[in-house]
Structures are given as C-alpha cells and as structure tokens.
Design a protein around this ligand. Structure first.
Ligand code: CUA
Length: 153
C-alpha cells in the first residue's frame, strides 16, 4: 500500500473514533439531557402535575407574562398567545408524548422539548407582529402541521 493511502486511512479511522467517543460521552455520561434545566416530570401525568394542569398565559408583572405550555402530537397548548409589545415572556414547556421542538421565528428561541423534562425559556418581544411557532423535531406523520403563533400587539 502506498504511504499516502496509509496516512489517509489512519486519519479517517482516527476521526471516526474521536466522533464516536464524543457522541458516546454525551449519550452515556451526560445522559442526553437538556443542558439548561434539570427539572423533570412524569410524562404520563403531565395533565395532573402543576403547573401543566392549567396550561395558558398569565400576567405576572408589568410587561411580564408566564406561558405554561404543553406540546403533544401535533399541537401546542395553549393555541393562541397574545402579549403587548415590550413584554418579557417566561415559557415553561414540556412534552406529553415524544420529542418536539419549540422554535419561534425571528427570535433566538430554538429548543428541544423532551417528555419527562421541563424546558424554561425567557424571551422579550419588542417588535409587534405575528411570530410563527414551529415544531422542528420530527415527531410523526403530522409533524409538518405542528405550528402555532404568538401575536405581539
Ligand atoms: Cu412535534 Cu414535530
């Protein structure tokens, strides 16, 4: 075998090994959990567990809102969210079944929402408009229908 070929083989194999060690470390040692919060919930009992027994939007201060939301095939609850411009919104999210995504167009929000985990995100909405909310994790046959919107007035 040519020396160049041996070098290429060695490098390719080495890269594969490095990637496998990385992925393995993330999956096993870090448990593939969401990096931000470690709050967990029984995914079978989301409807009975506070605050998810009452999903919805609540004003918690001047220009400050709390949105408790569940994600399920293939929808977001609550469906409609409306806040005044300049509001800070604290989202508390969980999934009732499989892994979903929570992406809000024209913001930096792009999160994975996993069953058994509680995801928290805070976002300030300065510009009025309709913000498209999308699920960006493939979650089944109706995945492409899973969307809603946030209206900022
Ligand atoms: Cu939910 Cu894709």
């Amino acid at each position: 075998m040519h020396l160049d070929e041996k070098i290429w083989l060695f490098l390719s194999f080495g890269m594969i090994m490095v990637f496998m060690v990385f992925t393995g470390y993330q999956a096993i040692a870090l448990g593939m959990a969401p990096p931000s919060h470690k709050e967990t919930i029984d995914p079978q009992k989301v409807d009975q567990t506070a605050p998810f027994d009452q999903p919805g939007i609540k004003q918690i201060g001047e220009n400050e809102y709390e949105v408790v939301m569940t994600l399920q095939v293939f929808s977001f609850t609550p469906m409609e969210i409306e806040v005044p411009a300049g509001s800070t919104v604290h989202f508390t999210l969980t999934s009732k079944d499989v892994v979903h995504g929570f992406e809000v167009a024209n913001t930096n929000i792009n999160a994975m929402v996993m069953p058994g985990h509680i995801q928290k995100i805070t976002q300030k909405f300065d510009k009025p408009g309709e913000y498209l909310v999308l699920c960006n994790e493939y979650c089944g046959s109706g995945h492409q229908l899973m969307s809603t919107k946030i209206t900022v007035k």
